[in-house]
Design a protein around this ligand. Structure first.
Ligand SMILES: CC(C)(COP(=O)(O)OP(=O)(O)OC[C@H]1O[C@@H](n2cnc3c(N)ncnc32)[C@H](O)[C@@H]1OP(=O)(O)O)[C@@H](O)C(=O)NCCC(=O)NCCS
Length: 183
C-alpha cells in the first residue's frame, strides 16, 4: 500500500509524529476524557507516548494503521492526531480516528484534519469505505463525522463499559461513491 508521510490543508500540516512530540502527546492525553475517547491507556504516562511513537515507522511500513500528527501551520504547534486504522484488506474499509488537545477544540481543526484523512483514504489509499465508532453522547465527535459526510449506520447497544455503565457505540460510515459526489 502506498503511504505518504505529510499533507497540507488550508491551516494544518498533517505529518508523521517524531520522538520530540512525546511530551506534548503526554500533556494532551493526560486529560482523561480525551485519552478514553481516543482509545489510549489510562492513566496515561510518558512511557505510553514514547512507546506509541516508537512504533510508528513500522506501522507506516506495514500500512495497516497510519497515525498522523496535526500541526497548526501558523504556529507550528502540535495539536492532536488523526488516523486511518485497521486497513487489513486491499481497498477495504479504513477506521477513522481523531483527537485534539482540549485547548484546541472549537476551531474546526478536527473537521479539517478528518476531511483530509478521508480524502487520503479514498484518493491515495484506494479505500472503498471509511468508518468509525463513536460513543453515544460524544457530541463533538458526531458533529465532526456528520460534517465530513459520514452517515449513521447503526448502534452497538451497551458495547462499552464506562464509569460503571454500558454505553452504546454508534457506527458511522461513508462510501467511496458517496464521497465522490461531494468533491
Ligand atoms: C471530537 C473532537 C476532536 C472535536 O474537536 P472540535 O475542535 O470540537 O472539532 P471541530 O471544531 O472541528 O467541530 C466540532 C463541531 O461540533 C460542535 N461541538 C463540539 N462539542 C460540542 C458539544 N458538546 N455540543 C454541541 N456541539 C458541539 C462544534 O461547535 C463544531 O460544530 P460547528 O463547526 O458547526 O460549530 C474533540 O472534542 C476531542 O478531541 N475529543 C476527545 C477525543 C474524541 O472524542 N475523539 C473522537 C473519537 S470517535
Amino acid at each position: 500500500m502506498q503511504t505518504i508521510t505529510e499533507f497540507e490543508t488550508d491551516r494544518l500540516v498533517i505529518r508523521q509524529f517524531s520522538e520530540a512530540d512525546a511530551p506534548k502527546v503526554f500533556e494532551m492525553l493526560s486529560d482523561e476524557e480525551i485519552a478514553r475517547n481516543a482509545g489510549a491507556p489510562w492513566p496515561y504516562e510518558m512511557k505510553h507516548a514514547t512507546g506509541w511513537i516508537s512504533m510508528h515507522d513500522d506501522l507506516f511500513k506495514k500500512g495497516e494503521t497510519l497515525p498522523y500528527a496535526i500541526e497548526v501551520k501558523d504556529t507550528e504547534e502540535l495539536i492532536g492526531c488523526v488516523s486511518l486504522n485497521n486497513m487489513y484488506t486491499p481497498n477495504g474499509p479504513g477506521d477513522l480516528g481523531f483527537w485534539l488537545g482540549r485547548n484546541y477544540w472549537g476551531n474546526g481543526y478536527a473537521t479539517e484534519a478528518a476531511k483530509c484523512m478521508i480524502e487520503i483514504g479514498f484518493q491515495t489509499l484506494g479505500l472503498n469505505k471509511v468508518y468509525t465508532f463513536c460513543l453515544s453522547g460524544n457530541v463533538g465527535s458526531e458533529h465532526v463525522l456528520k460534517k465530513c459526510g459520514l452517515i449513521r449506520e447503526g448502534v452497538l447497544r451497551q458495547q462499552m463499559p464506562r464509569g460503571g455503565k454500558f454505553i452504546d457505540m454508534i457506527y458511522y460510515g461513508i462510501l467511496r461513491e458517496e464521497w465522490s459526489q461531494t468533491i
